[in-house]
Design a binder for this molecule. Structure first.
Ligand SMILES: [Zn+2]
Length: 406
């Protein structure tokens, strides 16, 4: 007989609604949610009909497990990640990946979209979770494509022309990755790459997305420089990562392009994370002369995220876990920063890790608590729809109907 669990919750937030529902229940059968309703409609002896009944404590909220839309599971989250990526063996990277997956679950992340881990490492990790060998979040794996020596070349296939880009995308699709990550511009963590310039021509980026579409794969474009954002829009990627409109004087704003992003239904993951800003009073990590620089950069990121959201862009949340001073366990704190710093409402942030993230992934089986979806669930103390700090107070985590913590 399939195991069934009745979870009675003082409050449920389903990941898509505008408000939470008081005094509700969820029924989990096997890996799936099969029923959601109000406790008052339950029969007196309802609990007896299930293998297990969990009564969540007063003051807690049941919500969907978090979807972190931008991570690098094999990265060390240390300042020397570039050196480590080149020097560490695949075996060491794999240990790091598994460690990060366990850490993700412990803070309530039940799905991770990885934006740059070699497929020969990410795919076995994904499949181990799917087969039940490894307890971890679902992994949405990428095959990454960059220019020779370009941003993140140490975890991406290098391709320099329309023909090479097409071949790289085809190879990744053949290997079985879930989506294609395209490095449209340079970035910070790769010496020699330039965030202020695009890496690919419009034609090359369009060739990449055309091949991805042919293979039925979605695409995510890393784009800082305005030129790269423009190319990503033209190429109709599924999501733009960072979307900084970056120029010499910092993060910018291009209202016409943002209109196009909205009209095209392109998702944006603004990668709000505090990173080194958590250590501004620690001179060993942030030298005093760099404090203002770090603070200003984060403020610019906050302001951009707020404007994108107000403009109607579909926002998803990912914290770029793995880059320097940014751990996957920082994600709940970075969601709090998205409310307190970037000014999104708590519910908007919960959408960004719930229903909107699921839509961006093309997955109608996760991200929302409703009958038919997977039982990936998180229980927190407090009500995150009114006070986002609750998101950092996990009490229980379920993945595929199994209680992992709590
Ligand atoms: Zn990244």
């Amino acid at each position: 007989m399939t195991k069934s669990i009745l979870i009675k919750a003082p409050r449920i937030y389903n990941g898509a609604a505008d408000t939470a529902t008081e005094s509700a229940y969820v029924v989990v059968e096997g890996q799936h949610i099969v029923d959601v309703g109000a406790q008052q409609t339950l029969a007196e002896n309802a609990a007896e009909q299930f293998s297990r009944c969990i009564e969540l404590p007063d003051g807690t909220t049941l919500l969907p497990g978090l979807i972190n839309m931008h991570t690098h599971l094999s990265f060390s989250a240390s300042a020397d990640l570039f050196d480590l990526q080149r020097e560490e063996s695949d075996a060491t990277k794999m240990i790091r990946i598994v460690e990060n997956m366990h850490a993700a679950l412990s803070v309530g992340i039940t799905t991770v979209r990885d934006c740059g881990t070699w497929p020969h490492l990410a795919l076995p990790a994904r499949d181990a979770v799917e087969s039940g060998l490894l307890a971890g979040p679902r992994l949405i794996t990428s095959g990454a494509v960059t220019t020779t020596g370009g941003h993140c070349w140490f975890c991406a296939t290098e391709a320099d022309s329309e023909t090479e880009v097409r071949k790289a995308v085809r190879q990744h699709a053949k290997s079985g990755v879930d989506f294609i990550k395209l490095f449209a511009t340079g970035g910070a963590s790769t010496p020699g790459s330039n965030s202020l310039l695009s890496q690919y021509s419009t034609e090359e980026l369009c060739a990449a997305t055309e091949e991805a579409r042919r293979a039925g794969k979605r695409t995510a474009a890393h784009a800082h420089a305005t030129d790269g954002v423009r190319n990503a829009i033209t190429a109709r990627v599924t999501s733009i990562e960072h979307c900084s409109f970056l120029a010499e004087d910092g993060i910018g704003w291009e209202p016409d392009m943002v209109d196009e992003i909205v009209n095209a239904g392109i998702y944006v993951c603004p990668t709000v994370f505090r990173g080194a800003n958590k250590f501004l009073d620690d001179p060993a990590i942030v030298p005093p002369q760099h404090v203002d620089l770090h603070r200003n950069r984060l403020q610019q990121r906050f302001a951009l995220t707020n404007r994108l959201w107000r403009h109607g862009v579909q926002i998803v949340s990912g914290n770029d876990a793995g880059v320097a001073h940014c751990h996957i366990t920082d994600f709940p704190g970075d969601l709090i920063a998205t409310v307190e710093g970037a000014g999104l409402t708590p519910v908007a942030v919960l959408h960004s890790v719930g229903t909107t993230a699921a839509q961006a992934l093309g997955r109608d089986d996760i991200g929302v608590i409703e009958a038919g979806r997977m039982a990936d669930l998180l229980v927190v103390s407090g009500d995150p729809t009114t006070d986002i700090h609750a998101i950092a107070e996990p009490q229980m985590v379920f993945t595929r109907g199994e209680a992992i913590y709590g």
